[in-house]
Design a protein around this ligand. Structure first.
Ligand code: GLU
Length: 443
């Protein structure tokens, strides 16, 4: 059995029930073979892969808070500090009822490679809670965030671990986290990213993940002599990533025809009205179904995903495993030529195989959605410098980072004899830097 396989089997055995974590580890380890076989003796001796799949630290805690009726509620809180070889732990905080330790470990593991690909000095981490912000008042969300930070503050810091947004955590939650951190420590420092613009946030952070998906899709098309203009695009999700992905695709002349949420999807053949989605999601915190109140001619399909429609480009921006074999086959059938993942691990490993076998250009999330954490890295830089850059300046840097990620991914794939396989390219390129740092720093 290969070294990578041995380590994978050990992960399954030692982390029972953590299915998403197994899946993420399998996806990475199964593609590292070309580099692991080259340096096997050195890596084995250093226990490198064993260390890579084990988080440096898992913090788990109780989050009690009082709801508007005066009832005490209790949630689970976590921070996974996965790998700090190349910088302070960095990654979002997910607030969603599905959150558990296994899901956060998969996300933290992905983050290690993603952050490495950005070229910025950031290690990998992830946190979250099974708290559901949906339907909660602002005051309830504030009390939850304060209680979460009452535990977390002692484990984070601008040079230690820098959390940010993710599903369920946006500017509102980051604001409450930051306020409580400052109250408890007395420190006004860049301990969180995705902050409001009035207190150290970066321009273009909100747009960064979605814009980055489009910048890398444009690079992928350019690589085959194509162009974004005129393409029909299907997007899933209607959160921060989906909205700004749609906005940039539209700006570059593509037509975005779908958005969705966990209840169903919208199809608008005239192109999604992004202002309407922003109002529904960012202002009213409503459901995507309400889109038909803004655009009467649009179709809403309950309990279905956008992938049943025909499109040239698919950008899954909702959540993990939203595209299984059935939907991957539908994408092939419906003419998808390019997939760029806005979400983390939206395709199952089986779905990835189907789209790659059918020569769809496929960019995995750890490369395609790295724009968000990249601008988080730029927010950290601005906070350290005590400066704010203009929107254009940040956007230019973001474009440069996404271009560079594409270059690293394609060149690494080619170097290791897997031309066009962006999964292998992204995993090896991300891994190489982390591996070098881990070995140099000793056990
Ligand atoms: N949650 C985002 C991600 O999955 C952003 C993390 C960050 O900005 O630190 O990459």
């Amino acid at each position: 059995m290969s070294y990578a396989n041995e380590v994978f089997e050990r992960v399954v055995k030692e982390n029972p029930g953590e299915l998403e974590f197994h899946q993420a580890v399998k996806e990475v380890l199964s593609t590292l073979e070309p580099i692991v076989s080259k340096y096997e003796k050195e890596y084995k001796e250093a226990g490198l892969l064993e260390r890579l799949v084990e988080p440096e630290r898992i913090i788990s805690f109780r989050v009690p808070w009082v709801d508007d009726k005066g009832q005490v509620q209790v949630n689970k809180g976590y921070r996974i500090q996965f790998n700090s070889a190349i910088g302070p732990y960095k990654g979002g905080i997910r607030l969603h009822p599905s959150v558990n330790q296994g899901i956060l470990k998969f996300l933290g593991f992905e983050q290690v490679f993603k952050n490495s690909l950005t070229g910025l000095p950031m290690g990998g981490g992830k946190g979250g809670s099974n708290f559901d912000p949906k339907g909660k008042s602002d005051n309830e969300v504030m009390r939850f965030c304060q209680s979460f930070m009452n535990e977390l503050y002692r484990h984070i810091g601008a040079d230690t671990d820098v959390p940010a947004g993710d599903i369920g955590t946006g500017a509102r939650e980051v604001g409450y986290f930051f306020g409580q951190y400052k109250r408890l420590t007395g420190l006004y420092e860049g301990v969180l990213t995705g902050k409001g613009l009035a207190f150290g946030g970066s321009l273009a952070r909100k747009e960064a993940t979605g814009y980055g998906v489009v910048y890398i899709a444009a690079e992928m098309l350019n690589g085959v002599g194509g162009d974004v203009a005129g393409k029909k695009v299907g997007i899933s999700g209607s959160g921060n990533v989906a909205i700004y992905c749609a906005e940039k695709f539209k700006e570059l002349g593509a037509k975005v025809v779908t958005v969705s949420d966990s209840n169903g999807y919208i199809y608008d053949e005239n192109g999604i009205n992004i202002d309407a989605v922003k109002e529904i999601k960012e202002v009213k915190r409503g459901r995507i179904k309400d889109y038909t109140n803004y655009v009467k001619s649009a179709k809403y399909v309950e309990n279905e995903k956008p992938w049943v429609e025909s499109m040239d480009i698919a950008a899954p921006c909702a959540t993990q495993n939203e595209v299984d074999e059935k939907y991957a086959n539908l994408m092939v059938k419906n003419g998808v030529k390019l997939i760029a993942e806005g979400a983390n691990m939206p395709l199952t490993n089986e779905a990835v195989k189907i789209v790659q076998d059918n020569t769809i250009l496929y960019m995995p999330g750890k490369a395609a959605n790295a724009g968000g954490v990249s601008v988080s890295g730029l927010e950290m830089s601005q906070n350290s410098l005590r400066l704010s850059w203009t929107f254009e300046e940040v956007d230019e840097r973001l474009k440069g980072i996404m271009k560079n990620i594409y270059k690293q991914v394609t060149e690494t794939a080619e170097e290791f004899g897997r031309k066009g396989d962006f999964v292998t390219g992204a995993n090896i390129a991300g891994f190489k830097k982390v591996a070098t740092a881990m070995i140099a720093q000793g056990v």
